[in-house]
Design a protein around this ligand. Structure first.
Ligand code: FAD
Length: 452
């Protein structure tokens, strides 16, 4: 199957819409099937990740099809983490040494709508809403969809599943023994809460991502264009200290007053949000292979969902689209070669960001509040300034570059090894110098020292 294939993209989320735009540009005829009705003009689902942090990888993918400026028009740049301790002053930790780099808070709905508009406007793209994939023949590309009017049937030369972490396309490959998967759920879930504007303005600094690190729990807040903040509380899903442990309004109020004392005065609907917003699950999806028969493929969360603590899931899914586009370039749009090549080029990188996202949970939950961590970040920034381009922090490479994730992971390990050796060397020199000084002093005073 080479040029001008009929491609079915299952899932009109972030990755699916962007993929449709890229494929249309290559001259393919694309039908995007989405289980939900058209979200444009509607309201967001309650408590489902209202905003997300878009950084360089996502922006790079949007820039390549001229969508970056439109998406960034409403973005709110966040230059660092604002740490909220239980008591004491707030602490702003800048993301980059110069304080000039920012990640961007974007409305998930507005981003999805902009991508839907772009896909719909592209030549050769059709979007079909209210179609939920329920069956797929991986050998022929024949699909069955559940619609409000009953079952609908379709087929395509190529089917790409961009249908998210719970992918039905992946489920079909699994059912046909064409794939294995592992789902590692965290024992933490998340719940969204809202800080509305105060007198028409932001209640907190909108130029930062706010973090309340509390060890066993954590809350973050990102600004929205309507001057509200969406808070996401991460907490275990079961046990004594968990979402389940707070049932009455009084218990909810008491908990937040004790552990997040600056929140209740800013969140008048706290109890209602807490009681009515759902608890979302968090986990890492690993599966393989990501393609079957050279005609069915997986991309984005459907292939490799990760936990959200690096703010990279959507960025990574967008980067997938760029990588697949390059694979199509390199194979002359031969899908049977492009799909395995995509997996070969991308697998190590997606595993690397999956691991870094898990590690960042511990950093955000526990470490950001510790003086040792804060000192370490200052040393890192000083090194970045002293050795520009030679020492680059992990956060900088993940969020502000398109260096492949696996390369970032390797480089950070090397930097830490060199830094560790340098610190050990400096410590050895210092200890040696101290030892020599003590010995000299002892020798100098040796003849005259007396026991008392
Ligand atoms: P999705 O966005 O999930 O889209 C899948 C689409 O497929 C949906 O439209 C769905 O309705 C449709 N679909 C599902 N099943 C079917 C079916 N059977 N038939 C047809 N259609 C179907 N990422 C970041 O980059 N930055 C962040 O700050 C960030 N924050 C996050 C915070 C939270 C709390 C969570 C949970 C995630 C966060 N992410 C973030 C991750 C990001 O949301 C995902 O990685 C991204 O949405 C993946 O895009 P996708 O298109 O692969 O899947």
């Amino acid at each position: 199957m080479t040029s001008r294939s009929r491609v079915a993209v299952v899932g009109a989320g972030l990755a699916g819409c962007l993929l449709a735009c890229y494929l249309a540009r290559r001259g393919h005829r694309v039908t995007v099937y989405e289980r939900r009705p058209d979200p444009r003009g509607g309201t967001a689902e309650r408590g489902r990740s209202i905003n997300l942090a878009l950084s360089e990888r996502g922006l790079d993918a949007l820039r390549r099809i001229g969508l970056d400026k439109q998406v960034m028009a409403d973005a709110l740049p966040m230059r660092g983490r604002m740490i909220h301790p239980v008591a004491g002053p707030l602490d702003l930790q800048l993301y980059s040494a110069g304080g000039d780099r920012a990640i961007n808070s974007i409305s998930r709905g507005a981003l999805n709508n902009a991508l839907l508009d772009a896909a719909e406007a592209a030549d050769g793209v059709e979007i079909v809403f209210s179609h939920r994939l329920v069956d797929l023949d991986p050998a022929t590309g024949a699909m069955t969809y559940q619609t409000p009017d009953g079952e609908a049937h379709a087929d395509a030369d190529v089917v790409i599943g961009t249908d998210g972490a719970g992918s039905a396309v992946r489920g079909q490959l699994l059912a046909h023994d064409l794939l294995t998967e592992s789902l590692d759920f965290l024992d933490y879930g998340y719940k969204e809460l809202t800080i509305p504007p105060v007198d028409g303005d932001f209640a907190l600094d909108p130029g930062a991502l706010h973090i309340w690190p509390r060890g066993t729990s954590m809350m973050i807040a990102l600004p929205n264009p309507d001057r509200s903040f969406t808070c996401t509380l991460f907490w275990p899903t079961g046990g004594t200290g968990s979402f389940a442990s707070l049932s009455s309004p009084a218990a909810i109020e008491r908990h937040f007053a004790t552990h997040y004392p600056d929140l209740p005065p800013l969140a008048p609907n706290l109890v209602d949000d807490y009681q009515h917003n759902p608890v979302g699950l968090l986990g890492t999806v690993r599966c393989g292979p990501w393609q079957a028969n050279g005609r069915i493929g997986l991309l984005g969360d459907a292939a490799h969902a990760i936990v959200p603590f690096y703010g990279q899931g959507a960025n990574c899914a967008f980067e997938d689209v760029v990588v697949l586009d390059r694979c199509l370039d390199d194979t002359g749009d031969d899908w049977a070669r492009a799909l395995p090549l995509f997996e070969e080029r991308r697998r190590d990188d997606t595993e690397a960001i999956a691991q870094m996202a898990l590690a960042n949970f511990v950093e955000m939950r526990d470490k950001v509040a510790s003086p040792v961590f804060q000192y370490g970040r200052k040393v890192e920034h000083a090194l970045e300034k002293a050795l520009p381009g030679r020492y680059v922090s992990r956060y900088e490479m993940v969020s502000f570059s398109t260096t492949p994730y696996a390369q970032v992971q390797r480089r950070v390990r090397t930097q830490h090894r060199v830094l560790g050796a340098a610190v050990a060397g400096a410590a050895a020199l210092l200890i040696g110098a101290l030892g020599a000084a003590v010995a000299k002093r002892a020798a100098g005073t040796g003849g005259t020292s007396r026991r008392r």
